[in-house]
Design a protein around this ligand. Structure first.
Ligand SMILES: [Zn+2]
Length: 141
């Protein structure tokens, strides 16, 4: 899949935060470690890792952990998310996370491999027809 734009130093820093968070992934079911980090509009970084649970659908993706970590700290405006895995090619956000990123207005999606290979996508490439449950979705406040 072609990347949409050039990788910046800020993208690499966000991917590094995601890479560090990946070390804390709790993955007793699959062993599939993922780290993520979001950058707020004012440049703060919040990281997360995937957290699995033996009961399907009770765990959470790294992207949501990172995003909700920032939301819990009072942030509502975001610039980018980075996701790091060991997949080859590196794993892009799952469908549910893509929809969540869309809701929170996160357009810049940095996808990196554990070895450092990094690509940047626009969310519209990954989720061209996002689900809209009303003409204008509620704006997070
Ligand atoms: Zn996900």
């Amino acid at each position: 899949m072609p990347a949409s734009s050039a990788v910046t130093d800020a993208d690499l820093a966000l991917a590094e935060a995601a890479r560090q968070a990946r070390e804390n992934a709790w993955v007793p079911v699959t062993g599939f470690r993922v780290g993520a980090a979001v950058r707020t509009a004012d440049g703060l970084v919040f990281a997360g890792c995937n957290v699995e649970h033996p009961v399907p659908h009770e765990g959470s993706c790294a992207e949501k952990v990172a995003l909700y970590h920032a939301v819990a700290e009072g942030h509502r405006n975001f610039e980018a998310v980075a996701v790091v895995s060991h997949n080859d090619p590196p794993a892009t956000p799952c469908g549910s996370c893509r929809q969540t990123l869309d809701h929170w207005g996160i357009r810049r999606v940095i996808v990196a491999h554990e070895d450092g290979r990094t690509q940047v996508f626009d969310l519209a490439e990954l989720l061209p027809e996002s689900f809209k449950w009303m003409p204008e979705p509620p704006t997070p406040n």
